[in-house]
Ligand binder design. Structure first.
Ligand code: HEM
Length: 498
């Protein structure tokens, strides 16, 4: 109905009509807030008041890039269950982690992925358990132990190319290299080759435009969340909270990922055992689903491993004695770089310990992974259906109930019986259950080879002297934006790369 006509009909002025509308809106929101704070089914759970009243709290917290750090503090302040949205609970116990992400025992229902983050057809966000298991079964052929043995040759090839590039770009140690960037070239080429049968040539070119889009492309999911939550004001709020270029970046990344997968589909050649060939061969998976999954494969298969390696290298350089111990282990074991392979590095306990400790202190996926409660008990608390729930591996990593001196980089935790008082069940960097990481074994091969080769070939000198606290300098927007980690790589005498 036309407001001015109704106002005339009721013989009130436009101003009075506008005031009435504003008053009605304020009353509506005030009543809604009272309901959310005191009468909502989640009202009994503690948390910041603003978070209980509006999704703006979580959106703005994620937009700041400091959300994982905030969550550690919030759990210290409010306890093991915190209400971080009107309809969102965060948990910080091992039992809760298992209840939410673990494989449901008989008679229990699965926690589906949360609808607001879904990208239809994409293996990592799809809600449909049937489509997910179809894709995962097809894809897992490319991640089997036998497949991994064949893939190792390819990973080796790029690891050696990385060593050569570090040597030449770094001019034998005279020039510092941003190792985070170089590691991204490596993981990106590996995933290009393993997933689509051709590298992105990032290592050869010393750059790749698509890599620069990844973090922002995923960060855009924060905008999508807001738009879905609030179709009217969401886009406006998103503009205030997130940089404007995110949408463009997201679309550009999508276009490049689509092109890569379209090219692979067109090429046919299904005898080549790359990840995509397994998906293409299953005719039940549609072209749209293939494209959507390519989006994730490139991102999940590259940025995560590069992040883990970069942070681990920082901790190795900043923690007294650990780099030397790692070097002693690697150099005692190998007389030549050719001997460094997956089989020969598997038994290196200090190397494995360094990798676990890096993943613990800086898990590449550090935001809580949102799931929808099917109406279930989580660590003793009944959570009604439809509520979004999560448990952050980052909070578990920094919880002194689970780790002695949680902030310290101590590879010894992972050797033998480890440190008394540590609880290794709190280490879940690859998550658990049916939606856990499919690329875990590949990531370990990459991490072992790279760290072993880099310490075997080079003496490392940290050139970024201003970096004291890695966590303070890093921002988490679903994926991490890390500071430049400038390192000089001085070829060691035994190394013949130079
Ligand atoms: C250190 C490296 C890595 C870490 C820490 C990591 C971590 C994770 C985590 C926590 C998840 C669960 C996400 C969720 O539940 O929403 C996940 C899923 C996934 N990861 Fe990884 N990942 C790594 C490397 C890789 C690699 C190398 C690949 C290879 C392509 C990969 C492919 C995937 C895929 C496809 C999924 C979705 C699985 C599903 O939904 O069933 N990841 N990853």
């Amino acid at each position: 109905m036309d407001v001015s006509k109704s106002a005339r009909f009721l013989s009130i002025s436009r101003l009075e009509a506008a005031s009435l509308i504003i008053l009605a809106l304020i009353s509506y929101y005030a009543l809604k807030c009272i309901y959310l704070l005191y009468y909502h089914p989640l009202a009994r759970f503690p948390g910041p008041r603003l978070a209980s009243m509006s999704d703006l709290w979580i959106s703005s917290s994620i937009a700041t890039g400091r959300h994982p750090f905030r969550m550690v503090k919030l759990h210290q302040e409010y306890g093991d269950v915190v209400r971080i949205g009107p309809n969102w609970l965060s948990f910080a116990t091992l039992q809760a982690y298992q209840d939410i992400y673990g494989r449901p025992s008989q008679g229990k229902k699965l926690f589906l992925k949360f609808a607001e983050f879904e990208r239809p057809g994409d293996i990592s966000t799809t809600r449909d358990p049937d489509l997910h298991s179809l894709q995962k079964r097809a894809l897992s052929k490319g991640f089997s132990a036998a497949a991994l043995r064949d893939q190792e040759v390819i990973v080796q090839q790029y690891a050696d190319l990385l060593v050569r590039q570090l040597s030449s770009l770094g001019q034998g140690g005279k020039v510092a290299t941003n190792i985070g960037e170089a590691l991204n070239w490596f993981t990106f080429d590996v995933i290009g080759d393993l997933a689509f049968g051709e590298p992105f040539n990032a290592l050869l070119n010393g750059s790749n435009h698509m890599i620069s889009l990844i973090t922002d492309a995923l960060r855009y999911s924060g905008v999508i969340f807001l738009r879905r939550q609030r179709p009217y004001v969401g886009p406006l709020i998103a503009r205030l909270l997130f940089p404007r270029h995110l949408e463009e970046t997201h679309l550009e990344y999508q276009k490049l990922a689509d092109e890569k997968s379209a090219k692979r589909i067109l090429r046919g050649d299904l005898d080549r055992q790359d990840f995509f060939s397994h998906l293409i061969r299953d005719h039940r998976i549609t072209k749209e689903e293939l494209m959507a999954t390519a989006w994730t494969l490139i991102m999940a298969g590259s940025e995560t491993t590069a992040t883990a390696l970069t942070a681990t290298i920082f901790y190795l350089l900043r923690t007294e004695g650990v780099l030397q111990k790692l070097r002693d282990e690697v150099c005692t074991k190998f007389d030549s770089s050719d001997q460094i392979n997956d089989g020969s590095t598997k038994g290196l306990e200090y190397l494995s310990a360094v990798i676990e400790e890096g993943l613990r202190l800086f898990p590449p996926l550090a935001l809580g992974l949102p799931r929808e409660s099917p109406g279930a008990v989580i660590d003793g608390h009944y959570v009604p259906p439809g509520v979004c729930v999560s448990a952050e591996n980052f909070s578990l990593s920094y919880d002194s109930r689970f780790w002695i001196e949680p902030q310290s980089f101590k590879p010894e935790r992972w050797i033998g019986a480890g440190i008394e008082g540590d609880n290794k069940a709190a280490h879940v960097p690859f998550s658990e259950g049916p939606r856990s990481c499919i690329g875990k074994s590949l990531a370990y091969v990459e991490m072992r080879l790279i760290l072993a080769k880099l310490v075997w070939h080079f003496d490392w000198v940290l050139a970024s002297t201003d970096l004291d606290d890695w966590n303070q300098a890093s921002m988490c927007y679903a994926l991490w934006t890390m500071p430049k980690l400038m390192v000089e790589f001085h070829p060691r005498q035994a190394s013949s790369v130079y």
